[in-house]
Design a protein around this ligand. Structure first.
Ligand code: ADP
Ligand code: MG
Length: 258
């Protein structure tokens, strides 16, 4: 099986990286792809917090310390998503050899079609440099000038390290007074905009339900936008994929395939 490795990156924190990683992974999973989502934010991992997995006996930290096998660190969330979590114990961080991550994640290839990486904002440059495992990246930014400026930095550095930039995802659109237009952002970054994820009150609600919004509110604006993004990354259109899935759902329901 060919594996695609996609990193979700931004120089700035709080722009919606983790939310995007969770929902993109979940949408890809819904479209039948075998996906694993990995929290590589070593100092403050928060996938567990968002998805209600607080107790992680086998964390990525344990694997990087050589105390566990990477395959045993894959948890199946109730949404069906496969996830590798980080440890929230600050004492685990000091002794980590971060560069080992490449060898460990390499072992996931062949088992998963898509390996999606949620990254840390603060350590962006080191992450991009050290994680040669990541070949393609999606850059996340809100449509504000300061965030877009940071995104430009992210893209410039990523290109210097030879990463393929799949495109930019604009998050929390429609929530600020002075938003840049999609066209201006695309021009400034010299990169295509893959998706605009609108500000959506169902996103904090889904976090409270420890689930992806594409699961808790599949028809909400943000969910549809995330599903369109997933379809685009698969080289298809949302309408086509939904149609295929509906046929599949029909068969599952009516022929008792599940
Ligand atoms: P990052 O991983 O980049 O730090 P998060 O994904 O943790 O960002 O998002 C930061 C905050 O913004 C969270 O509270 C999240 O619920 C909220 N958020 C992200 N995207 C949206 C959106 N489209 N609509 C509303 N709230 C959002
Ligand atoms: Mg995050």
């Amino acid at each position: 099986m060919m594996s695609r490795v996609i990193g979700v990156f931004s120089a700035k924190g709080g722009v919606g990286k983790t939310t995007t990683a969770i929902n993109l992974a979940s949408a890809l999973n819904e479209f039948g792809r075998i996906v694993v989502l990995v929290d590589t934010d070593i100092t403050s991992p928060n996938l567990g917090m968002y998805l209600g997995n607080h107790d992680i006996p086998i964390s990525l930290h344990k694997v990087l310390k050589g105390e566990a096998n990477i395959h045993d660190a894959v948890y199946t969330h109730h949404s069906g998503l496969h996830i590798i979590f980080g440890s929230v114990n600050p004492n685990e961080v000091d002794t980590i050899d971060y560069k080992k991550i490449n060898d460990e994640l390499e072992k996931l290839k062949g088992k998963y079609e898509i390996i999606l990486i949620d990254s840390a904002p603060g350590r962006f440059e080191e992450t991009i440099r050290d994680m040669n495992f990541i070949t393609s990246i999606v850059v996340i930014t809100t449509p504000e000038l300061v965030a877009v400026t940071d995104a430009l930095r992210t893209i410039t550095i990523a290109k210097q390290f030879g990463k393929e930039i799949l495109g930019v995802v604009l998050t929390r659109t429609g929530s600020h007074e002075h938003e840049m237009t999609e066209e201006n952002i695309s021009t400034m970054l010299n990169t295509k905009i893959l998706a605009c994820i609108p500000e959506d009150k169902n996103i904090p609600l889904s976090a409270r339900a420890s689930s992806p919004v594409v699961r808790t509110h599949p028809e909400s604006d943000a969910s549809v936008a995330y599903k369109k993004l997933a379809a685009k990354l698969l080289g298809s259109s949302y309408e086509k994929i939904e149609k295929r899935d509906n046929v599949f759902d029909y068969m599952v329901k009516n022929l008792g395939l599940k």
